[in-house]
Design a protein around this ligand. Sequence first.
Ligand code: SF4
Length: 471
Amino acid sequence: MRTYLETLGCQMNKLDSELVVGMLRESEHTFVDDPKQAELVIYNTCSVREHAEDKVLSRLGWHDKRQADGAAAVVGVIGCMAQRMGGELTQRFASVDFVCGPGQIHRLPDLIDAALDGRKPVALDPARSEPRDAAAEAGVNRLDVSRRANALADEPALATLCDAQAYVRVARGCNQFCSYCIVPFVRGPERSRPPQAITEEVRKLLDAGITDVTLLGQTVNSYRHAEPNGPTTRFADLLAHLSCLPGLRRLRFVTSHPAGFTRDVLEAIRGLPNVCEYIHCPAQHGSDSQLQAMNRGYSRAEYDDFVAMAREVVPEVVLASDFIVGFPGEREADHQQSTELIRQAGFKNSFIFKYSPRPGTMAERTYADDIPDDVKKRRNAELLAVQNAASLAHHEGYVGREMEIIVTGPSARHDKQATPPTPQRMQLMGRSRGDHIVIVDGPERLIGQYVDVTVTGANDRSLFGDLRRQP
Ligand code: SF4
């Protein structure tokens, strides 16, 4: 069956899409990159940002129109948006044939069969307060790694990873309840996977040729697994277990939460050679009153302490952050404190978002969205300008240095170069241990390989380098 899969959202969604690709390939689905050519269309959509949801709602409107014109495909929505909207999607859009929450994707082949029979199945995860089904949890955690590694290689929707890289989920759900965020409601309470299951999964990935693993959790550093009457594994312990696996060259993790970022994790980064010195740990704001309204669970001073501790324990650490502008009640003075935090912290980059209320969140229920859009836009632009200047200064600090990168693929602009690319020489993109994007010219065969480069230039997004060593 010709299948089009579009993934909008975070790494969690991308990982779920890997599972979907692996599962559907087994039942003879082939993947196409044009929804008009597909017999089955699946949207895997994040609910955290309004923008991602709006995109999918507009695509569903397009499918409704196509269906009315007689060109029908089976259409499904999976992921957090599916969980949040549930049956509303099938009621609002005649073209939607099935809806599947993030914890139900192991049931996808059955849901597609039911949709082909003309039923409109809606499979959602239990509410936070309801008991969780152990079989369902096990089902969605189960992976056939060889299929998954195969899926990584040539699925356009997963093109951000090369076939030496993989995501591994270590925990599902979140207990933080940031007031603007829907995740705790759609992905449920935090559940850490047993360390044995994670180790086994990483081992299989290494056997399949993966060398660079990113551990995923909504608040990954709060990973904690206690055996009944047995030992407790904390996140630093998990890093130590995994780092011993032969063939693992790089181990990193996202996303961290500042509250409870403990020194032992930093010591693991410093002491374990294959654990990368990169931490994405969103601050979200620089002002105490805004952090409190966001229910982030830490103060500005505590975030500053985290940054200072990270730099003290791991002097080479590369930090990245996220910020929200225009959250309800944000005064000009609050905004200036975010600006000041970016200037002080030396983040490699920050993702900056304009606040928009997400239905079902505490902020949406509690606060008026009282910052005018033009003010949000201005503050967004100001923060971005400050971050771009900080990113440029950060990147310029690497010029003249040598670093190892993994080559992840052709650069985004490789086909726009003055000299047309050839397999012998094209513009390639790689990642450093600190997650820097590094642009380098070289042969296509280097994709998936580790090479040494000398950094010769920088802008606010990337480093530019010359190859020194290649395999
Ligand atoms: S830590 Fe906060 S922002 Fe992150 S997933 Fe949990 S509730 Fe959402």
